[in-house]
Structure formats: structure tokens, C-alpha cells
Design a binder for this molecule. Sequence first.
Ligand SMILES: CC(C)(COP(=O)(O)OP(=O)(O)OC[C@H]1O[C@@H](n2cnc3c(N)ncnc32)[C@H](O)[C@@H]1OP(=O)(O)O)[C@@H](O)C(=O)NCCC(=O)NCCS
Length: 408
Amino acid sequence: MIIRDFDTERDKEAVYRIWREVGWLEKGKEAQMDCGLYAGTALVAEVNGEAECLVLSTPGTIRYLEEDLSLDAVTGVTTSYVARKQGLAGRVLARSIATRAKEGMLVSGLGMFDQGYYNQLGFGTGGYEHHLRFDPAQLTVSTKARIPRRLTTKDVETIHEVRLKRMRSHGSCNLLPSAATQADVENSENGFGLGYFDGEAGELTHCFWGSAKGEHGPYSIYLLLFQTPAQFLELMALLKNLGDQVHIVGMHEPANIQIQDLLKQPMKHRRVTQKSELEVGSWSAAYWQMRINDLAGCLAKTHLESKSVRFQLHLTDPIEKFLDTEETWRGTSGDYIVTLGEESEAVRGTDSSLPVLTATVNAFTRMWLGVRPATGLAITDTLSGSPELLATLDKVLRLPSPRPDWDF
Ligand SMILES: CC(C)(COP(=O)(O)OP(=O)(O)OC[C@H]1O[C@@H](n2cnc3c(N)ncnc32)[C@H](O)[C@@H]1OP(=O)(O)O)[C@@H](O)C(=O)NCCC(=O)NCCS
């Protein structure tokens, strides 16, 4: 088995076949896959002379409070029918992460098909994301929406630019190449967009992009992009204007906003529509995962508004067993002296006078990001320390919920 870079001429038909076999690609829609294929780097594993496993990665950033850290966004991990359970996906992904880590990507992230698989490579599960379905006619926003402009798939570059500039919060991710937004826009069935061009030079400032279904919906909003609270309210008012015709809109709840605050009689409508095709309500799922690739690099960008804590960290990183022996990047395992506070750092070494925290990189990443506090992770994940140290870590790492706000 050979792991190597994807080669368009040699591998294109083989990787289309992989995606057809896993059900991600319909015949005739190859251009959609190309967006992902060329949005970053692609690695394949070759079996009997053909590419049978494909791992895609796109360069991005993840926000940690006010800082942006480099992100390796893993956008696809697939193995064909003939090569399953040979350890290919694990090894190709480990190689991809190692290469990106050596290039300076501090964090890797992905959307998981299920919990457990990527945990083997050091990934820790993120927090719950809320998905809402509501009747836009029930929105209570008092803002009056002005007449918007239509957006089409030809506006991808413009949409991508405004997506990168959108209002962001802790944990939010940006995928940098516009092909990443193109993949989202082109993959939406009956896609449509509406937006406002209020920029000084007439550029797009706020918009949404979604999928229409039939006359009454459900419509799905995939991108809701705004830079100010007033722009957000105008987009909600615009959705409300569709409410005479469209009965259901589904979307992820934006960070820091509780959509239910803007809905009239949400509980009544939940009861009335229960089990119907037009059911309203909210559902939650924790489906994204992250891992730290460079602890010292991540902590150098960690500035907390709290008192500081210093401890001895014994970190284990399970990715090591998926890496080839000649690979120089071996993950993050080791002993570190860690300081968390306004200025944070991780230095390799030991100091027996310090309290000890023992953790996998999976659990440490979750604690560092603020998915769950140390005391909670000590119950359900692989992280342990004295009750005093865990309680101090809870206080020092009081962070907003991390919200990627970009599905990949
Ligand atoms: C997921 C997928 C990439 C795995 O490919 P693969 O090359 O067969 O994977 P590997 O050989 O590296 O690993 C398979 C092992 O992981 C195990 N595994 C699978 N899901 C797991 C889970 N949720 N938790 C723990 N282990 C899991 C399997 O049982 C198997 O173990 P075994 O070999 O001891 O039986 C492949 O099944 C696939 O392409 N699926 C469809 C597309 C998809 O969902 N991709 C992932 C997108 S996030």
C-alpha cells in the first residue's frame, strides 16, 4: 500500500468511484466533488495500482477568544468498497495531519460520521449544535426588511468574501479557499440566496443562502452571514416576509443568539405540529471534533481573562500508532509544564513541585476549547487531577461555548 498525493490525471476517475461507492456523488455531478478536491490538499492510498482511499484537507483558521489559530480542516475521509478495514483511512488521515502539523497547522478539525473512530487519532467531541425548524410567519422581529438582491451560484466569490468577514465568536472556523464555499453553494438543491450590498463600495454585507423545497417548504438555510446585529435582524425580517407562503425554515442556531426569543408561542406551535411533516422545534447533536496538533503553539495564542494556574501535564496522543515509523511528527505526547492565564505557555519538561494533570490530547483539547469544564471531563473523558486542580481549571477556563459556525 502506497500513500501519496492525489494526481489528477492518474486518480480522478478512481476518486470519483470512491465517492460514488460511499454515496456522496451522483453521476453527472462530478463538478461538485471537484470543489472539495481542489480546495486544499488531497492524499490517496493506492492498492493494486489504483487510488482506493482519499483524505481531503482545506487550510483554515479557528478563533480562540480574540486570536485566530491555523486550522487543518479535514473535509473528507473515504475508503472504497474493496479496501475497507485494512487500516487505510486511519493511516492516510494520520499522514495528512502530520504533514499539515509540520506546515504549522496548530489544530485539526472534522465532522464525524460517528463517535469513536476519530477518537483513535486524538480527536475530541465538540459541544451540541442546535438545529431549529420554525414557521417564519411566527417571527416577532419588528425590523422592516428592505428589498434584497438575488444571489446565484455565480456570486460564490462575493458570498465567500462576506462569509470570511461575518460576525465571529469563540471557536468559529473559516475555510480560506473560495472553493470551500462553492462546495456548499453548488451542493444545495434548488439553491437560492438573498442579500444586501451596503458596503462603502457597494459590496455585499449580509445575506443568506439556502435550499427551497416545494411551495411550503421546509426551506433550509445553510449560510446566514451578517456583520452587525442590525444586519442579522434584517435577514430574519426577510425570512419572515416569506412566511405567507413558506411554512417551515430549518437552520443552525447562530452563536450567541437564542432564536426562540424571536418566535411567537414556540411551545404551542411545537405541540400543534408534533409528528407532522411541518413539525417545528429544535434538535441538538454534537458532530464536530477537534484536536490540538501543537500544544506550545496553541497555548502561545491562549489569552484568558482570569488568574493563572501552573501545572504539570502528562499528555498522551493516540495518533502515534497510525503514523509510519519514518514520520518525524509524532503527535503531542509528553510531559509539559503548562501555564494558563493572560499569557499561557507549554514547555516540555517536568517539575515535581507542581500539581499533575493527566489527559489524552482528545480530552485536553475539549477542556482548552471550553467544550466542557475539567471537572465534567474528569467524569466522562480521559482526564484526571486533584479535585483542587480541576476546580481551579474550571475557573481559569471559563469560556464561551465554542461554535465552528461552518460545517465541513
Ligand atoms: C469511515 C471509513 C472512511 C473507514 O474506512 P476504513 O479504511 O475501512 O477504516 P480503517 O480500516 O482505518 O478502520 C476501520 C476500523 O475502525 C472501526 N470503527 C468504525 N467505526 C468506529 C467507531 N465509531 N468507533 C470505533 N471504531 C470504529 C471499525 O470497526 C474497524 O475496526 P476493525 O478493523 O478492527 O474491524 C469508511 O467506512 C467510509 O468510507 N465510509 C463512508 C464514508 C464516511 O462516512 N466517511 C467518514 C466521513 S467523516
